[in-house]
Design a protein around this ligand. Structure first.
Ligand SMILES: *[C@@H]1O[C@H](CO)[C@@H](O)[C@H](O)[C@H]1NC(C)=O
Length: 332
């Protein structure tokens, strides 16, 4: 009872400071989360508890509103896709210093913990104390993780950027049937177990730039967005016909790797293929278009980048007839 009195008076304080509109919203969100995680889920307590664990600075709790914007990151991504923005890439370094990203705030990403925070997961701490869990999003950016931490069963969006993760194991994402997005930008990932991602039924976005991958694992069939820029991918590390069955794949970003051929075949859903800054010297005449079926078109594939490769695109005059526009690259 004492604790609840304290909590109530703190809430009153929050009300005073944040204005009358904020409380019902917060309450509502909390009950949503409770139902989200279910009564029996051990994370639900932790999760709700995390609002009370740090009452010494309620301004932080109020600041969580800015995290809502972050949770909407997905919409930004969707916007980028829809407008098919020019292929300039947003480097993770840039996004890291962007002022609207509160993730660099150490008080939020590194909750107060006893002792030095070496590799939180290996200390066996509950993930939502080490990471920030908001609704079904889990934010674990920049906390020196060496492994994927155990994730709440209902995790939908995982952000674990700028860590030291070196390997993804089959067990890491096992049973996470809601997982839609995995963002592991800028880690040290050099291997992904072949079955680690294949069975994730909801996975749409796999975001892995700035790692050390030489090969791709088997991909789940629902994938729409694959970003593996700035790795060490070789053509031998992409299985034959790896993308053929991915009928929802729209964005395939393979720039800045060590590929020496264009992956084949490409699904008809593809809208954007980035292969700039690889080692591609030649291509098949049917790399994009079926030379037999001349009426066949690939209207969605508007954005092909082959610049920064040794290939002379003029040498393949009949390779582009089905495309809405020519690839970007060297024609002289
Ligand atoms: C590229 O191919 C075209 C067409 O065959 C040719 O005229 C041009 O000289 C080639 N460029 C280079 C640098 O080899």
């Amino acid at each position: 009872p004492k604790l609840s009195t304290l909590f109530l008076s703190l809430l009153a304080l929050v009300l005073q400071e944040a204005g009358p509109a904020s409380l019902p919203e917060k309450e509502q969100r909390r009950s949503e989360e409770q139902s989200h995680y279910g009564e029996s889920d051990p994370y639900s307590e932790l999760h709700v508890g995390s609002y009370m664990v740090i009452p010494d600075d309620y301004s932080e709790v109020i600041d969580l509103s800015s995290y809502e914007e972050l949770a909407d990151y997905g919409d930004q991504l969707a916007e980028v896709r829809d407008t098919l923005a020019p292929p300039t890439r947003i480097s993770p370094t840039q996004s890291k210093v962007t002022p609207r990203t509160p993730l660099s705030n150490p008080t939020m990403t590194k909750p107060t913990l006893p002792g030095p925070l070496g590799s939180p997961a290996s200390h066996g701490l509950p993930t939502c104390l080490v990471c920030v869990c908001l609704g079904s999003s889990v934010y674990c950016d920049d906390i020196d993780l060496e492994n994927i931490p155990p994730l709440p069963r209902m995790t939908t969006y995982l952000y674990a950027r700028f860590n030291r993760i070196s390997r993804i194991r089959t067990r890491d994402f096992k049973g996470l049937t809601k997982l839609k997005r995995i963002d592991l930008t800028s880690n040290f990932i050099s291997s992904i177990d072949n079955d680690a991602l294949r069975l994730l039924p909801a996975l749409q976005d796999l975001i892995l730039p700035e790692n050390q991958l030489v090969a791709l694992p088997l991909l789940p069939s629902g994938i729409e967005f694959l970003d593996v820029r700035l790795n060490r991918l070789r053509s031998s590390g992409i299985q034959p016909e790896a993308f053929r069955a991915l009928e929802k794949l729209q964005f395939l970003y393979l720039a800045d790797n060590q590929l020496d051929s264009i992956p084949w075949p490409l699904p008809l859903s593809l809208r954007s293929l980035h292969l700039q800054n690889n080692m591609i010297e030649t291509m098949q005449t049917d790399a994009f278009c079926d030379p037999v079926e001349h009426r066949h078109t690939r209207r969605p594939l508007e954005d092909i980048r082959l610049d920064g490769n040794p290939i002379n695109l003029s040498l393949f005059p009949s390779a582009y007839f089905c495309l809405p526009r020519l690839p970007i690259g060297r024609f002289t």
